[in-house]
Ligand binder design. Sequence first.
Ligand SMILES: Nc1ncnc2c1ncn2[C@@H]1O[C@H](COP(=O)(O)OP(=O)(O)OP(=O)(O)O)[C@@H](O)[C@H]1O
Ligand SMILES: [Mg+2]
Length: 481
Amino acid sequence: MRLYRKEGTTIQIISYPHEEVQKGTYLTVEDRNGANSLIVQVISIEYANVPGILEELLRSCEGYSWVQGEDLDPLQIATQVDYIQDARLLTCKIRATNHSGKLISTCSWLPPRSSAIIKRLPIEKLLTQTNVKNAIPLNLGETTEKKELVVDARTLDGGLNIITGKKGTGKSHISKLLTLGLVRSGAPVVVLDLNGEYAGLGRNAEGRPNEFHHKVSILTPGENLKLTLGQLRLSVMMTILVNALSLPGTSAREFRRIWRFLEEKGALSMLELGETIKNWKCNQHVRDALFSRYHTLLGSGLFTDDSTFATSLENSLLKTRVGGAIIINLRDTPTVDRLIVVEYVLGRLVELLSKRKLRAVFLLAEEAHLYLRETYWNDIVTRMRHFGLFTTFITNQPDTIRENIYRQADNLFLFNFNNEHDLETVSRASKVDVETVKSVARDLPPYHCLVLGKAVKDFPVVIRVRYLDVQVMGRTRLFFS
Ligand SMILES: Nc1ncnc2c1ncn2[C@@H]1O[C@H](COP(=O)(O)OP(=O)(O)OP(=O)(O)O)[C@@H](O)[C@H]1O
Ligand SMILES: [Mg+2]
């Protein structure tokens, strides 16, 4: 390989046909004594457009086969010409500079063009160069060099992760892999499962219980997730009413009074609540507003007056303190009820975290825009992070996540996109340069992703996500089998 050009943080390298490189491959460009080097990543591979190549190609094309005669090549240059025709031009991004073993993330040195030595840099070696030991190993899959990529689970701690890519590329799969990796490392995980896909995590592909069987509990609202009003704090109820059910201010104030009244009477139940609203002295519009919300709550099937049917989310959460996952199955839950459940679960989580009953919780949210209210997004990435709620958003519509949220992401798992608009959204918002995202993400095959961020020490790495022996649920139902 030969160094050809450098422009800003981009360098171009000429590579010969026998040299094996792929998009995502890392190379080092060293000086002669190897004291300094640039660490660069190939982001695009083109033919080298040498002057006269078009003419040469036209001359050697099949159309001339009718010409009778013998091919003479006294100077033996035909193979050379073929070699030049097949030469490739690699566009690479500079990721770091190595000054006598010390890595600097900027490009502060220019290699000599005439004598630079260019070599492949195995990803395994690159990631060990940064001197961070994998304290809690988490195997994500294979790199393009067919070596395992094991990251440190601690890099997912305290942060925000985003998994995005077009439909069916394997986003939920990697999110399951992260869930089980975290559970194995002793972390508590809560999954907001929109399609009922995570229910099989406790079983292997044949349906037999696996090592996580007792660590995964599935809570379905209305079935095994039911609450009594006594379990709810007024503040959580108010958030449900105001945010999920859009209860106006005056009515909310009246509801507060009713709640306090029932609390003092020791009669906090759905039945009593209904009766009290009916007989409460207040404006008719307020009563109507309260009644309609009451019926929505009643219709959700989430509330019960019989404490034997009630679920203690607190107990389930406390059990996950030594590693466990709670899957909130939102599959058959109508939109309004989804909002109620999510408000309740998040309210409860924040309460337990702020009382320090739980150290931290990893929250995985699939297509969060369908049940997370506007104001939660920023809250989750700023305020809730300090309480110890670390979120992973999973979506196939990147524009449902706002740009400022992408910027705060500590890790981004980017699967294939070929839609220009989606690529544009992700590339504008991620920490890595636009060209890398656009050029690499467009060509990712299914089950392959580009990992960006802390997990890979800010060196973008392409991996094929590891197979997971768990029962696959929530497949798209088809008419033609
Ligand atoms: N690394 C992998 N190895 C083997 N199978 C995989 C892998 N990743 C995904 N799959 C399979 O591919 C199918 C689609 O994957 P998955 O459901 O994770 O995609 P998705 O991106 O979440 O799709 P959607 O956008 O529809 O939610 C699943 O049947 C899954 O089991
Ligand atoms: Mg999915």
